[in-house]
Design a binder for this molecule. Structure first.
Ligand code: GZL
Length: 332
């Protein structure tokens, strides 16, 4: 609505001042004042996925689309996110958008935003259930569903390989502990090991969604054992780090006759590894959340009904069906 008013004001200025081709003198409040000011607190830049997420939000919440975006990179520290959100409140932004690094510890700062009358839109990761009333909308992935897709694919694959009853030794490299993607991708795997007595998680370490940390933890696991059938990584960065460590240790990463590597995100690099057969399954986690955020804000601006919870569209790719064309057609 503010943007519409700005357009009307500008057109009226051009019409009444009769100037053609000259820049109309902007009416008071017909410039930045009519942009929707959004404070965006991002977790960091820990992975290709995160970089794609940031770039998409910035490209959609642009001045051309009627926004003034104030961006803060928390560099993986929740304290930095809390500080940034408090700064946005002091600046009296119109909306706060943030990806909560972990699910807990937000009640106090979100209460401050609520008391300041600033709507908060959580993207990507969730906040704990009892904090639900503290944010206006959530846009992100169904991480539990992502985990279920991965486990179901692994069950079917092992069945087809005739290994349904064989001992399956699984190395599990988790994402940032306490984050929604880590919780959502971990639980289905742990439940599957309860369903399958022949499945065993022989090592479970945090890779913090980074290639470097995953390489480090995988290298230390390989010093203990090389009897590994599956490496379940909770994002592409971790999968690439784990694969580097395994190949350096002389292990083959290939579902046909080597280690079965499962990954999440389906970033371009992760899909290149899937096409090469080094990653067996890559479950997409869609970072292109900008259009969903824009839609919710514009509806709020017009006091229209909006979906409080929006899940982004996602799919999965495996080494047997992925093609070069699929990879080349993707936005990230
Ligand atoms: C998932 C997102 C995760 C990605 C990782 O929505 O929060 O964080 O899976 C990223 O790549 O670091």
């Amino acid at each position: 609505m503010k943007k519409l008013l700005a357009v009307v004001l500008c057109l009226a200025t051009v019409f009444f001042c009769g100037c053609s081709g000259e820049d109309p003198h902007p009416l008071p409040g017909s410039s930045e004042d009519n942009l929707i000011v959004v404070g965006f607190s991002q977790v960091g830049a820990e992975s290709e996925w995160r970089v794609a997420n940031t770039e998409n939000i910035k490209s959609v919440l642009s001045e051309e689309n009627g926004y003034m975006l104030i961006f803060d990179d928390a560099r993986q520290e929740q304290e930095n996110q809390i500080r940034a959100i408090r700064m946005f409140i002091q600046q009296d932004v119109d909306y706060i958008v943030f990806s909560p690094k972990v699910e807990t510890g937000w009640n106090s700062i979100l209460l401050e935003a609520k008391e300041a009358g600033i709507p908060v839109i959580a993207i990507d990761r969730y906040i704990e259930q009892q904090g639900e009333y503290l944010y206006t909308a959530y846009i992100g992935s169904d991480f539990y569903k992502e985990g279920e897709i991965a486990v179901k694919w692994l069950e079917d694959f092992l069945e087809k390989q005739g290994r349904a009853e064989e001992p399956i030794r699984i190395v599990h490299i988790q994402g940032t502990i306490g984050s929604t993607p880590q919780l959502g991708r971990t639980v289905p795997l742990e439940k599957a090991t309860e369903r399958h007595p022949n499945w065993e998680i022989t090592a479970q370490e945090c890779g913090d969604f980074t290639k470097a940390k995953a390489y480090e933890v995988m290298s230390s696991i390989l010093e203990r054992t090389k009897d590994i059938d599956v490496v379940y990584c909770e994002n592409d960065g971790e999968a690439l780090g784990a694969i580097d460590a395994m190949e350096e240790a002389g292990l083959k990463c290939n579902p046909e006759d080597g280690v079965i590597v499962i990954s999440f995100d389906a970033t371009r690099l992760g899909l290149e590894y899937t096409l090469a057969g080094k990653i067996a399954l890559n479950v997409e986690c869609n970072p292109l959340q900008g259009p969903y955020v824009d839609k919710v804000i514009k509806k709020l601006e017009r006091s229209e009904y909006y979906d409080r919870i929006s899940y982004v569209d996602e799919t999965y790719f495996d080494y047997q069906t992925i093609t070069r064309e699929m990879i080349d057609s993707r936005e990230y």
